[in-house]
Design a binder for this molecule. Structure first.
Ligand code: NDP
Length: 300
């Protein structure tokens, strides 16, 4: 079997297109422009690239982008004062503080300072609780993007066996909650799981969110399974002969693609969906803040 490739780049383009159409409609019918504020602390080069890309894509779909760059030495009081101002600003519908932040700041405290209604990363305990109890929440962008791809690929997920490898608050746990919400039978695997290959072999859906390059080989995959590879790992690439590195996922793509029914590539799978879902969440937050119906298919 050779797996169908789930083209996250192209699906993300469709999601952005839908968001752009809805933003244009909000402007025309209600005079509203959704706004996303991104806060960057310090000068981490990778974070700068992410923030620039988020800002560009926000503007491209017609939303307002507000970028706040703070010195690496900023105090927690100064950062919280900024978050409080953004919470109170009616032009800001989504707030994202780019992680990681310097060690003297607490990510947990930062997240809990953000108004849950503007928590477009879905990390606030209120949103985690709403998701866990099957209520309307802001859902973390990466798992939301994975779910959108699965729905497109499989239609109904009801009754399927799903294994999520990884139990982080950002990816693994909300992913498992979303799959449970779709009536999958969900197993959450982690570093202490016994017989991980055996657990993965039973799965119709495999979500790998670990951060270990190519750790899931093809012979762990049930023939015909759908594989979503969240991992982003940079490894040496001696075959290039230019000393450069390359990106790989947590799944060994080559061997898994020979067994799976469908699989996401890295890069070009989950990554582009994550930013598209950030835009979708900002739009959803704007609709909710103004008592308007949420666009179909962009949230759960
Ligand atoms: P974390 O480091 O927070 O969590 C990793 C999880 O993997 C933990 O639950 C850990 O288990 C588990 N784990 C570690 N080693 C093993 C093992 N040998 N067997 C089974 N499970 C193991 O990572 P994140 O969830 O934040 O991210 C996971 C990956 O996804 C990373 O590569 C990250 O870069 C990528 N990512 C990609 C995004 C995208 O947009 N594509 C967005 C976010 C993340 P335990 O809890 O027991 O320690």
């Amino acid at each position: 079997m050779t797996a169908e490739i789930i083209d996250g780049k192209s699906i993300a383009g469709e999601v952005r297109g839908q968001v752009a159409r809805e933003v244009a409609r909000l402007k025309a019918e209600h005079g509203l422009t959704p706004g996303l504020a991104v806060v960057l602390v310090g000068e981490d080069p990778a974070s700068q690239v992410y923030v620039r890309s988020k800002g560009q894509q926000t503007v491209e779909v017609g939303m307002n982008s507000f970028e706040h760059k703070l010195d690496a030495g900023v105090s927690s009081e100064e950062l919280y004062a900024l978050i409080d101002r953004l919470n109170a600003d009616p032009a800001v519908h989504g707030i994202l503080v780019q992680f990681p932040v310097p060690d003297h700041l607490s990510e947990t405290e930062i997240v809990s300072r953000i108004d849950p209604a503007k928590d477009v990363d879905g990390l606030h305990v209120e949103n985690a609780g709403l998701l866990a109890t099957g209520q309307k929440a802001m859902v973390s962008c990466t798992p939301l993007g994975c779910l959108m791809m699965l729905r497109r690929q499989l239609g109904s997920l009801s009754g399927l066996n799903a294994v999520v490898i990884g139990r982080s608050n950002l990816v693994g746990k909300p992913m498992a909650q979303l799959l449970l919400g779709e009536s999958c039978t969900v197993t959450i695997a982690h570093s202490r799981t016994r017989d991980l290959p055996g657990v993965v072999r039973r799965a119709d859906i495999v979500i790998a969110a670990v951060g270990r390059p190519q750790m899931v080989p093809g012979d762990w995959i049930k023939p015909g399974a759908t594989v979503i590879d969240v991992g982003i790992n940079r490894i040496a690439a001696p075959e290039r002969g230019d000393g450069k590195t390359r990106l790989v996922g947590d799944v060994d793509f080559e061997s898994a693609a020979r067994v799976a029914g469908a699989i996401t590539p890295v890069p070009g799978g989950v990554g582009p969906m994550t930013i598209a879902c950030l835009l979708a969440n900002t739009l959803t937050a704007c609709c909710r803040a103004n008592g308007l119906d949420e666009p179909e298919g962009l949230t759960v």
